[in-house]
Design a binder for this molecule. Structure first.
Ligand code: NCD
Length: 315
């Protein structure tokens, strides 16, 4: 099967079949990545531009390595050192990149909708690497991949997302992928960051401000950082108070099932949303999420390029 999309802008518009195709393709790339020969010629001669207008460690490096593993030429563009600082518009920047034959533009931007805007005129494939508080599709895919790999399924699982849901693009992409693939999602955190209206997104979403209730029947607990950079007003009294009321600590781990997965997209604020011993503990799959991100991003680039999942399986 191949994928007939030009861009990956969000997960909200993807069907269960499309999500499963990406996850299955990523599984093949993950097993191929465990062999000594890790490079594939799928994107040979293609140019991938990482256009990151907001800070990033994991996501940018992961996209870069994914493109390199697929044999593409990769250009890393950092806003701080570019003509965006001299007043050039995003549209002009991308037109110039296309004049140099960029085939893929991986965009991270603080404005929600920036990748959708690009996709209206870009000839290149546009991949959303996080737009404002809207979506972070490859993070949603790698989280879903990790859960499916560890638990063997998604349907019927209880996934709790804990923290700053209101400003989190990771939460939104996770929600869409999880509910479409049959999981039940519980959203928990301070009421100012987890409004009750989020329940109206889908019947399989529940909001609770009671941490014990959110943790007790969870098969997965995905913790989120407080997105200070996006909060225009203070949404809670202090970091200390957040940690005291919602931070995952050893006492609260007693409410969590012993086989539940502890996840976090990074960057972690140790001692705030999660205590160090838990982040580094047996139930944590935080670093496996990073490993899986590479396979998922290879799958996305490969499929957008017209690759068929059967081709990877047979490599
Ligand atoms: C997230 C992001 O940038 O949205 N990080 C990531 O991509 N791994 C989450 C965050 O910044 O808290």
């Amino acid at each position: 099967m191949n994928w007939n999309r030009r861009h990956l802008l969000d997960l909200q518009s993807l069907s269960a079949e499309e999500l499963t195709l990406i996850l299955d393709t990523a599984r093949h790339f993950k097993s191929l990545g465990e062999r000594p020969k890790k490079k594939f010629p799928a994107l040979l001669g293609k140019t991938v531009v990482n256009l990151f207008v907001e800070p990033s460690t994991r996501t940018r490096i992961s996209f870069e390595l994914a493109a390199v593993r697929l044999s593409a030429d990769v250009i890393n563009f950092t806003a701080e050192a570019s003509s965006l600082k001299k007043g050039e518009t995003l549209k002009d920047t991308v037109r110039n990149l296309e004049a140099l034959q960029a085939d893929f533009v991986i965009l991270r931007h603080s404005a929600s909708g920036a990748p959708h805007f690009l996709s209206r005129f870009a000839r290149a494939h546009v991949v959303n690497a996080g737009d404002g508080a809207h979506e972070h599709p490859t993070q949603g895919l790698l989280d879903t991949f990790t859960i499916r790999e560890k638990k063997g399924r998604l349907a019927g699982l209880n996934v709790t997302i804990l923290g700053d849901i209101l400003y989190s693009r990771v939460a939104r992409s996770n929600i869409w992928a999880l509910v479409r693939l049959g999981a039940k999602v519980t959203l928990c955190g301070p009421p100012t960051l987890v409004p009750r209206q989020l329940e109206s997104l889908d019947p399989n979403i529940r909001v609770t401000w009671n941490l014990e209730e959110a943790l007790r029947d969870a098969d997965v607990v995905n913790l989120l950082r407080i997105q200070h950079e996006r909060q225009r007003v203070t949404m809670f009294p202090s970091i200390g108070e957040y940690a005291a009321l919602f931070g995952l600590n050893p006492a609260r781990m007693k409410w969590v099932k012993p086989d539940a997965l502890i996840m976090h997209p990074g960057p972690i604020n140790r001692g705030v949303e999660i205590e160090s011993d838990i982040a580094d503990g047996d139930q944590s799959v935080i670093l496996e999420q990073v490993t899986n991100g590479l396979a998922v991003r290879m799958a996305v680039l490969f499929l957008l390029n017209g690759g068929r999942s059967g081709e990877v399986a047979g490599t």
